[in-house]
Design a protein around this ligand. Structure first.
Ligand code: ZN
Length: 456
């Protein structure tokens, strides 16, 4: 009986840095290759070499295009990776945008740190450049979804949509007779834009995310809440700043804002999306219309309402304009990106509102604000938080605890091994207990760099 070894290289005991190596006698491959975000001790791993021989990795499979699942790819090149990267067609387009965006933001921030001298590193360097991102993107190769694809004599893979973002899938890897299911990030059952997730029917080895493994999303009228937040902000003459990266909740926010404006529930004002690659994401939405619920006409009409700002000089024109406005700018967890420049100018003014809509990982500014800190540090300076802070958990792109349990309900035979990944310790451990209670399944929470043997 051959043996494979599973190496947990990220998203083990934490949410970010998704990376699993499957080392079989014939092929070695990664499932996802994400960047660590948040806590400094995690982020420093982004600069480390992986504790494996990267030049021996044959290929990478991507569940979806988010930075914490694809953002480490350019670092593989430095370490000698020679293979190809596979995913659904929209995932690869989103991943390309995300990588270029991330490289551009890192270049901008290194340049700024060197000019203003606030970094401990002299000179401050980007983790990778736009050129590095382009090089890895040239290795992308889209695979069809639904069908089984043979990667070698004893490895077959299948991608099925899981409703999290455009292009996102869960991946089943058939290793001989064993089925390994990688959940990726599981989407919501009733999302306004995404169709409901497909569910796995069999799994011998299950890798299940647990971002919201200990929580339920609130049941609320999200449109009414958003309207209320907008109206109370503009009545004070303030602006609404929504941290969200272009492929996080941006399209859903755009959709809700467009609906509110169309029915004259909110007044005419500038609706800004500030991100280096924002318009490219909208093109992916137009190109892959069967991956979401909007028609091409709706997409086009919705997009017309927004001004896309991609040049940093233009960002400052928006920042210095005194009219009430709604700005969506990355990153979603306020860990970097254009939103920082907005906050430098808006956070100390009580008439403005900051609206948090996505998951805020531990160690990020977004999480600190959620936890109620009174000041945050931006580019080496502290700013007191005077603007109003609002949270809309119901806009999350992640399944909550009950939706995660529901996603597993078609698996009739208990998996032989279950790894609870992509969750902070408490969320993962709560979900472990819940799996035992609901299905009588026994799971474990792997730790970073743990290696597990699998006979197949
Ligand atoms: Zn994701």
């Amino acid at each position: 009986m051959p043996s494979a070894f599973i190496h947990f290289l990220g998203a083990a005991g934490t949410v970010t840095g998704s990376k699993y190596l499957i080392d079989t006698p014939n092929k070695k491959f990664l499932v996802d290759c994400g960047l660590f975000q948040g806590l400094k001790e995690l982020r420093k791993h982004n600069w480390d070499y992986l504790p494996i021989n990267v030049s021996e990795i044959d290929f990478v499979l991507l569940t979806h295009g988010h930075l914490d699942h694809v953002g480490y790819l350019p670092r593989l090149l430095y370490q000698g990776f020679k293979g190809k990267i596979y995913g659904s067609a929209p995932t690869l387009e989103i991943a390309a945008i995300v990588l270029k965006d991330s490289a551009k933001i890192q270049e901008e921030e290194a340049e700024r740190a060197n000019k203003e001298g606030y970094s401990k590193h002299h000179p401050a360097k980007p983790l990778y450049t736009l050129d590095d991102a382009e090089k890895i993107i040239s290795r992308f190769e889209p695979l069809p979804i639904q069908e089984w694809i043979s990667m070698s004599d004893d490895i077959q893979v299948q991608f099925l949509p899981n409703g999290h973002i455009i292009g996102s899938c869960f991946i089943t890897v058939k290793l001989g007779e064993k089925k390994l299911v990688f959940s990726g990030d599981v989407g919501r059952t009733n999302d306004l834009l995404m169709p409901p997730p497909h569910r796995p029917k069999e799994a011998d080895v299950l890798f299940i995310e647990s971002t919201y493994g200990d929580r339920l999303h609130p049941q609320e009228d999200v449109k009414a809440r958003l309207k209320e937040i907008i109206m109370s902000t503009i009545q004070k003459g303030g602006s609404l700043i929504i941290p969200s990266f272009a492929v996080e909740r941006t399209q859903l926010l755009m959709y809700l804002l467009w609906q509110l404006r169309k029915s004259f529930e909110i007044p005419e004002m500038p609706f800004i999306i500030d991100t280096p690659m924002g318009s490219d994401v909208l093109n992916v939405f137009k190109k892959f219309s069967d991956w979401h619920k909007l028609s091409i006409d709706e997409c086009t009409e919705m997009c017309k309402m927004f001004k896309i700002v991609s040049d940093i000089k233009e960002s400052y024109q928006v920042i210095y304009s005194h009219f009430p406005k709604i700005v969506i700018a990355g990153s979603g967890m306020i860990s970097g990106g254009r939103v920082l420049s907005y906050l430098q100018h808006y956070i100390t003014k009580p008439e403005n509102t900051l609206l948090l809509v996505g998951y805020q990982a531990e160690g990020t500014r977004g999480r600190k604000i959620l936890d109620g800190v009174h000041e945050i540090k931006i580019y080496g300076r502290y700013y007191p938080i005077k603007m109003k802070v609002e949270i809309l958990h119901s806009l999350s792109a992640h399944a909550d605890q009950s939706e995660l349990l529901d996603w597993l309900k078609d698996i009739l035979l208990p998996p032989e091994k279950i790894f609870i990944v992509h969750g902070e310790k408490q969320a993962a451990e709560t979900f472990l207990v819940k799996l035992k209670d609901t299905y009588n399944w026994k799971a474990t929470v792997p730790s970073l760099y743990q290696i597990e043997e699998l006979h197949y």
